[in-house]
Structures are given as C-alpha cells and as structure tokens.
Design a protein. Structure first.
Length: 427
C-alpha cells in the first residue's frame, strides 16, 4: 500500500475498533455496501470472516493489529500477504506497459489533441449531466423517459471519445458525492466507451454499450433510502432488496420502450460474476456476454475509486491492483488485463513525482508508450507552486541536462495538499 496507515491483514487478526478500509472483493458484492466503516460488532466481524480472507485496515481511523497470541502464526500470515502484494504489483506494472492484444480491426487513432477536445468534451459532459438529472426526475415521478434523448447524449459521448478519449475521461474526476447515482452512471458510461474503443468495438457497438451503461443503475432509485444510507453491514433481507435493483432497472427501461440487445446485456449482467456468485441469475463463465463483463469491470472500478460522504475511494493504482487480484473469480481475466492496458500504469488523475523532483497530475495517456504520459505540473522540485500552468509531455521533454524525465513514484491523493481534480478542472 502507498500509505503506512493502511495495512493488509488476515481476517483472523480482526478485532473490534478497527477501521475497515478495503475488502478482498468488490464492496458491491458483499453485505458491506459501502467502503469504509469501523468494526464495532461481533456480528460484522463474523460477516467479514464469512465473506473475506483478508481486509485492509486504516490505523489512522481505528485500532491497529494486536497479535497477543500465536505471534509466529501472525508473522507468517503477514509475510505471505506481503509477498503476494509485491507479486501483484510487479505483474500489473509489466502488464500495463505491454502491447495490447491484436484486434480484428485496426486500432482507433486520436483525431485531435486533448487540449482541443477538452472544450467540446465539457459541453458533451454538461449535456449528459442535465439529461441524467432529467431522467432521474422522470423515474422518481414514475414517468417514462426519452430513450431517444439518452441515445443522442451517448452518441455525442462516443464521438468525443473516438476523437480523443482522454478529454471525457479527465472529466470523470469532477465528482459530487451528493449526486453519486447520477454521476456514477455517467462516469461508468465514459469509462466503458473508452474501454470499448481500446477493444476496437464498432461505433454502433460503442453507442449500445454506452446506452446500457448510462442507464445500468436506474433501478437503484427504487431502493429504500434507509438501505442505501446504511454504512455498515446489511442483513440478508436488506442485501436481497439491494440486489433487486437490476430487475427494477430492466423493468423501467422496458416500460420506456426497451433497449437494443447489447445495451440490455449491460443492464442485466453488470453484477454477474465469472464464478457464478453474482446476481440476479448467477450466470458464470461464457454465459456472461462480453458487454456484461465490460460493464462489471468499469462499474466496479468507478465504485471503488469514488469518494462517498463517509469514506474516501481507492487510488486508481490500488483499484487496478485489486481488480487484477480479483480477475479470475469476478471478471473475465483477459478483459481485466486489457482494462489495465487501457487505463495505463499511471491512469489519468494520478498524482506523481518526476525524476526532476517536480510533482504533477497525469492528464493524458500515451497509448504508444504508457510510461510517458502528459503531466500537469503543480509543484517545482523545491515544492513551491508553479506561477503559471505548465504541462510536460514525458515523451518529448527532457530535464535541464538533456536526460529523459521519468515518473519515479505515484503519491497518495492529498500529498502536499494536492487533489488531482483541482488541476484537471483547469485544463
């Protein structure tokens, strides 16, 4: 982990008073609906032991490990966890910088630079936000909504992402915790279209994929607020009610005229899992469509990286590592690997330190050489703010001695008081 206050521990070492920061599986697939809670009851501790092999605790917000007995057993468990974590980190780094799997179609090429597309992308994203708010208002009033209008918005998003995907992906970092349901669907849609572009899906497939994703969680609007607002473990009845959002969402879109087949696969399968432990139908392996697997990956990625009112999200790097770890059980392994290649080892929004000592925020991925993104510089080597906006392209720029500039490490969000979205918004 980046931060020494976070520790990956075996569930055997849990005790009341610990703050559970992450699980060894997507939160969405557990009775612990929301990431981040203090472990107060033995019931929640038993639930964790039923569902998880390890968890990640935050010792700044709760108690640390206290191995009073069987210290040698505890140390052996910690050693095994640390070795596994190092192996995952190495494999993800190698994977992120490896070539994409060859496709049947030629890969899409960027048509315009990020700086040019960001202007149009802002208009597209603002229009999509308004459409989502209107759609949610219609559902709350039990009215039909305009699928043709949603399709038009998604088509505009697809066109922007085909011109340059980084512009809209940048805007997924502009988050409002008070609009989680609406903006989660919008961000998931953007990430899914960008991922589909990486997989070289056709323009028509991208539109259908995006349409399913922008609507995939509309059924959540039918879940009682007391369940959605519960920060700790759900009981069986509450968890079953939460799972019903998939069926409710399908019913809502059918009432409004229905969706194309690929979009319906997204609606129906975004919570199905490779091992058959998902819902609502417990599909497994090849019974899950490619669109279902794509939607499950981007849905989980956005959920675990999102800040909520009661907890902070994972860093992009941690999320990719965890999803790589979950790939055999929850997802399609090859698609997870392609998603890591798509996002890059330094995803947009990463806070990084360069070999020059400067600190900056990754704003654009180099799809030819993923170790060489564009970085908006925030602090000089002396850790003083730049007086004007400075963007360095690690593919082209060198340091004062003519040497290539490299990213030396990824920093936790908030280091030096820097929050990436503050600098992305200035693009």
């Amino acid at each position: 982990m980046h931060d020494i206050v976070k520790k990956k521990i075996d569930v055997m070492d849990l005790r009341p008073g610990m703050y559970i920061s992450q699980l060894d599986r997507p939160w969405l697939e557990s009775p612990f609906l929301f990431q981040g809670f203090k472990l107060n009851s033995t019931d929640d501790m038993d639930l964790l032991k039923q569902h998880c092999k390890y968890v990640i605790i935050d010792v700044a917000l709760g108690l640390d490990v206290l191995p009073l007995r069987n210290r040698s057993d505890y140390e052996a468990r910690m050693r095994e966890i640390q070795e596994q974590e190092a192996k995952i980190s190495d494999e993800v780094k190698l994977l992120a910088d490896s070539p994409a799997t060859p496709r049947q179609r030629p890969a899409y090429q960027d048509q315009v630079p990020l700086e040019q597309e960001i202007i149009r992308a802002r208009e597209v994203e603002a229009d999509a936000r308004k459409t989502m708010r209107d759609l949610i208002e219609h559902i709350h009033r039990d009215k039909e909504f305009n699928i043709a209008l949603a399709t038009k918005v998604v088509t505009n998003m697809v066109n922007s992402i085909l011109r340059n995907p980084d512009a809209l992906v940048c805007l997924t970092y502009l988050r409002n915790i008070n609009e989680y349901t609406a903006l989660h669907s919008l961000r998931t849609c953007i990430l899914g279209i960008a991922f589909g572009r990486h997989l070289v899906l056709s323009r028509e497939e991208l539109i259908e994929l995006g349409l399913g994703l922008i609507l995939h969680d509309v059924g959540m609007l039918k879940i009682p607020k007391e369940i959605l607002g519960k920060p700790a473990g759900l009981n069986h009845e509450e968890f079953d009610a939460m799972k019903r959002h998939v069926g409710w969402g399908v019913a809502i879109v059918k009432k409004s005229g229905g969706l194309p087949p690929l979009a319906m696969q997204v609606m129906q399968q975004h919570h199905e899992r490779r091992d058959g432990e998902g819902y609502p139908v417990r599909l497994k392996n090849d019974a899950i469509a490619q669109a279902g697997y794509i939607s499950s990956i981007v849905d989980v990625y956005d959920a675990v990286t999102s800040d909520r009112g009661y907890s902070g999200g994972m860093s992009a790097e941690d999320a990719l590592k965890r999803m790589y770890e979950w790939r055999e059980k929850d997802f399609h392994p090859q698609l997870v690997e392609e998603f890591i290649r798509c996002m890059g080892i330094f995803p947009i929004g990463s806070l990084v330190e360069l070999s020059t000592g400067s600190i900056g925020v990754v704003i654009s991925i180099n799809r030819a050489r993923r170790l060489k993104p564009k970085v908006a510089l925030v602090l000089t080597a002396n850790k003083t703010p730049y007086s004007s906006k400075v963007v360095t392209d690690l593919m082209e720029h060198t340091d004062g001695k003519g040497k290539e500039i490299k990213i030396t490490r990824v920093l936790p969000v908030g280091t030096h008081g820097i929050h990436p979205m503050d600098h992305i918004v200035q693009l």
